[in-house]
Design a protein around this ligand. Structure first.
Ligand code: ATP
Ligand code: MG
Length: 871
């Protein structure tokens, strides 16, 4: 069965059983501080399991894009080495939110696998939670056991421990026992020799888990104890690629039609062959896997970067590049060439790949380019580390520095060290790594107390679109402690005017007023699992009374002006630059706005002016806000509303319209564009290949900006002795400056000419080589010119000049090309070795190379040593 059919069969099977087919949530998570990437199908349903909201349908099914490269689930190091773990994979799932439980989940899973997919019953094993003797002291999951016994012979049932068969959402929250289904795809002969049951959960590549059925029946509290959940849920996850492996009768996920087209392409591009040699195979699997993870992330709007989720993506891509670099000898960008075949094979199920294909290609190519450059620089740095090494063991901290600061991969470092007869102090590296990890861990660690619940009211009303004040009651609160913020309270109200951070817009600030006039400041507002959390430093004395909740009006109004301006800017860019412009991210603060968008060239200053004019014309046009709170998604799209890929939308959406600008948006906006007052672009630049960023300001910030500019202009005028035309005066200064520069250059050239005559007289001769090693008082460019001029009519010249500038030393070596050939001399190697004496490094070409270093004191020794090369 082809993969496409396998996927559809799953969804259709559960649709028949009254499940609603829902789309995959984005793989990159934007609004959950506890998770960077979706790592299981259940993530997008967390709010239902926690009871924070009520789902439209009590049964759902989907295929979810997952990424397991960080946090609790991290399979990165396995990927490529084995044949059944991926970074990015699809998880097929069926869900019951307080509806059916173990009986249906178990019998449907069995029916689908054996009757629909027709997997041989004899090859399947199931596991059941055996109970635990620890603090939880849980009994065996006899309910599941009895259900399984009715279906499979007892020798196919495995009893699993807490690690394998008890699932928890996190330190706190819903949890429960699970039943896994494993499949044994070994040959008949192998099965006869060793029983499949003994290989379950033993990391055997052909006895693997394909499906996990989780039965949520408990809630884990902050003190570690368990309580029964009022509503029980089912959460299942089946690995799609593993399923395809079984259905296609192959022994590896990479031999299924999900991967073979990509692998064929890798073979062609890198001129390699899959299936001949283990090292090559691993590299090919790593690349085939990682291009998926990276492409899907970019399609979800997550570009590689230096922090957070972006950094994780960058590291995945770099891991693939260096496997190619080391084992497939790829020295040029090549991964971007795989995007096409990926979008062909998966574009139907995930249209975002097709639509963003060009952008993904550009971004990947650019990343490859810059990383290959980093690799080159890293090699030079590594050279200098080796040159300064005292013994054969290389300091692990140095290797860590290379890794941490320059992104130079540790396994590559250790490979190169091995090749050159050095060894890496692995312990030292590990220690440095651990130190950094615990530094960042303790900075991000948050401990949360249990909620104190005052009212049972799951639905909170958000009234912040209409009002900045409301009388509210506390539903629940808890204390959270983190290194960064210290102790804080999270408050949840039955109703709130506070906008929670989301859609690029910052969360509201403000205060609560108690009946006796006390004020509790609300420092920030965020959404987590569909709950609006208000952060404060303290609690009101009486938590049960009614409070007046008041949003900081100033901040809200400036933020709203910036948010509306962001929509107008989006519209303007599509108008001025073209409809290929798509929003790639935004940040709406009270002080400024930032807008990232796809566009493949610098935006010219004329275009920027047109964009500004366009937006300001709409501000002057006094266009009123037209808002629809609850429009069916399809209807909104039909009206031409702009939607973003990688955003999670519900069935009903809110549309925000200002004239012809219409967007799906949950943010807060001005009532009329005139409230923005004025729009001014402050900067335009590149964020990544094909992605531009504009930063802009509105309303009060524009006034401040003009005021500042005016002041600066006055100061400049003062400096120019109150010249009546400051522009003219600066131009005159520039002209004078240029003329002076030219004069200085000419004088320096003259000086060099004289020097050249003197130096030619100083040449000595050894073994038929004319040579000179000397410290001179010239800059680098003059030394280079001088060297080439001196060598112009010679075939046997060797020059080594040293100079000292700003406390730094520079060596410069010139060798006639004929000498390079006949005597096997190489200026690059020579300066690299002499660089040691000045505590630095360098390189260049065989006939001309330079080295820089921080120790001029070593110059005499370097000059002396240079002569040895002539012997
Ligand atoms: P394993 O022990 O094989 O790593 P798991 O216990 O981590 O699996 P679950 O978290 O239960 O797996 O996920 C549900 C299903 O998703 C698994 O049964 C498996 O088929 C699939 N799966 C899990 N991790 C991966 C991965 N890294 N790549 C591909 N499929 C995976
Ligand atoms: Mg796992």
């Amino acid at each position: 069965m082809k993969s496409q059919e396998a996927r559809n069969t799953f969804l259709e099977f559960f649709k028949e059983k009254s499940h609603k087919i829902v789309p995959s949530a984005p793989m990159v998570i934007k609004d959950d501080p506890t998770l960077m990437f979706t790592n299981a199908g259940m993530n997008q349903f967390k709010e239902f399991f926690l009871g924070n909201s009520v789902p439209k349908s009590k049964r759902a099914t989907d295929t979810q894009k997952c990424l397991r490269v960080s946090g609790k689930h991290n399979d990165l190091e396995e990927v490529g080495k084995d044949t059944y773990h991926h970074t990015m994979f699809e998880m097929l799932g069926n869900w019951s939110f307080g509806d059916y439980f173990k009986k249906e989940a178990i019998s449907w899973a069995w029916e689908l696998l054996t009757e629909v997919y027709k997997i041989d019953k004899e090859s399947l094993y199931v596991s059941v939670f055996e109970g635990s003797k620890d603090a939880d002291n849980l009994g065996m999951d006899t309910e599941a056991l009895e259900l399984w016994k009715a279906i499979v012979p007892e020798d196919r049932i495995i009893y699993g421990n807490k690690k394998d068969n008890f699932w928890e959402m996190g330190d706190q929250g819903p949890c429960g026992p699970c039943s896994e289904i494993h499949v044994d795809i070994r040959s008949k002969e192998e099965k006869a020799k060793v029983s499949g049951a003994s290989l379950v959960n033993q990391d055997h590549p052909q006895v693997v888990e394909i499906w996990n059925l989780v039965f949520m029946q408990y809630n884990r509290k902050a003190d570690g104890s368990l309580e029964s959940l009022p509503a029980k849920h089912v959460d299942t996850g089946m690995g799609f690629e593993r399923l395809c492996m079984v259905l296609q009768g192959v022994k590896s996920n990479y031999d299924t039609d999900v991967f073979t087209p990509i692998i064929r392409e890798i073979e062609t591009i890198t001129n390699s062959e899959y299936g001949k040699d283990e090292e090559t195979d691993i590299a090919i699997r790593v690349i085939a896997d990682h291009i998926r993870a990276v492409s899907f992330s970019i399609a979800d709007g997550q570009l590689p970067s230096n922090t957070g989720a972006g950094y994780v993506i960058r590291r995945i891509l770099r891991r693939a590049i260096r496997y190619g670099f080391t084992f497939l000898d790829t020295k040029e960008p090549f991964m971007y060439r795989l995007v096409q075949v990926l979008s062909r094979t998966m574009g139907q199920a995930f249209p975002e790949l097709k639509e963003q294909h060009q952008l993904i290609e550009n971004v990947v190519k650019e990343e490859e380019h810059s990383f290959l450059k980093t690799l080159d620089q890293g090699l030079v740095l590594l050279d200098s580390v080796l040159a300064n090494a005292k013994g054969k063991l290389i300091d692990g901290r140095k290797a860590f520095e290379l890794y941490d600061t320059y992104g130079f991969p540790i396994d590559l470092t250790s490979l190169i060290l091995g090749e050159r007869g050095f060894q890496l102090d692995e312990k030292g590296f590990e220690v440095a790594m651990q130190e950094q990890k615990s530094r960042s861990r303790s900075a991000s660690e948050v401990s949360k107390e249990d909620w104190t619940i005052l009212m049972n009211d799951p639905e909170q009303e958000f009234v912040g679109y209409d009002r900045l004040e409301a009388n509210v009651k506390l539903v629940k609160y808890r204390k959270v402690t983190s290194k960064k913020e210290g102790e804080q309270y999270q408050l949840v109200f039955n109703m709130t005017p506070f906008y929670p951070e989301g859609g690029g817009q910052v969360g509201d600030k403000g205060y609560l007023e108690t009946s006796n006039g006390n004020v509790i400041y609300i420092l920030d507002t965020k959404k987590e699992n569909n709950e609006i959390l208000h952060f404060s430093k303290n609690l009101p004395d009486d938590v049960t009374e009614i409070f007046k909740a008041v949003v900081d009006q100033n901040q809200r109004q400036r933020t709203a002006a910036n948010h509306t301006a962001t929509h107008l800017l989006h519209q303007a860019l599509r108008e001025v630059l073209g409809s290929h412009v798509e929003q790639k991210g935004s940040a709406v603060h009270s002080k400024y706005l930032r807008f990232d968008f796809s566009h493949f060239a610098k935006v010219t200053s004329d275009e920027l002016r047109d964009v500004e004019d366009f937006v300001n014309a709409r501000i002057d046009g006094r266009i009123p806000l037209e808002e629809h709170r609850s429009v069916p998604m399809e209807e909104a799209l039909k009206q031409g509303a702009m939607a973003l890929f990688g955003e999670k939308y519900g069935d009903a959406v809110r549309t925000v319209r200002f004239g012809k600008s219409i967007e799906l948006c949950g943010g807060t906006h001005v009532k009329n564009t005139a409230d923005i007052w004025h729009f001014k672009i402050r900067s335009e630049g590149a964020v990544a290949s094909g992605i531009r960023r504009i930063e802009a300001i509105t309303s009060d910030a524009v006034k401040d900006f003009y005021f500042e500019n005016n002041r600066t202009l006055h100061e400049i005028k003062d400096l120019l002795n109150n010249a009546p035309d400051p522009k003219k005066a600066v131009e005159t200064l520039q002209e004078e400056n240029n003329a002076l520069k030219k004069q200085v250059e000419a004088l320096l050239k003259d000086k060099a000419k004289n020097v050249k005559g003197d130096l030619l007289n100083e040449l000595s001769e050894v073994n038929g080589i004319q040579f000179l090693t000397k410290k001179v008082d010239l800059d680098a460019a003059s030394i280079k010119d001088l060297s080439f001029e001196m060598g112009a009519n010679k075939t046997n010249l060797f020059l080594l000049f040293a100079t000292e500038q700003d406390g730094k030393a520079l060596l410069s070596c010139y060798i006639s090309k004929e000498l390079v050939a006949s005597k096997k001399l190489n200026a690059g190697t020579i300066v690299r070795e002499l660089g040691k004496f000045i505590q630095g490094g360098g390189g260049g070409q065989p006939f001309f190379a330079t080295a820089g270093g921080k120790s001029p004191a070593g110059i005499p020794e370097a000059l002396e040593k240079a002569k040895e090369y002539l012997q």
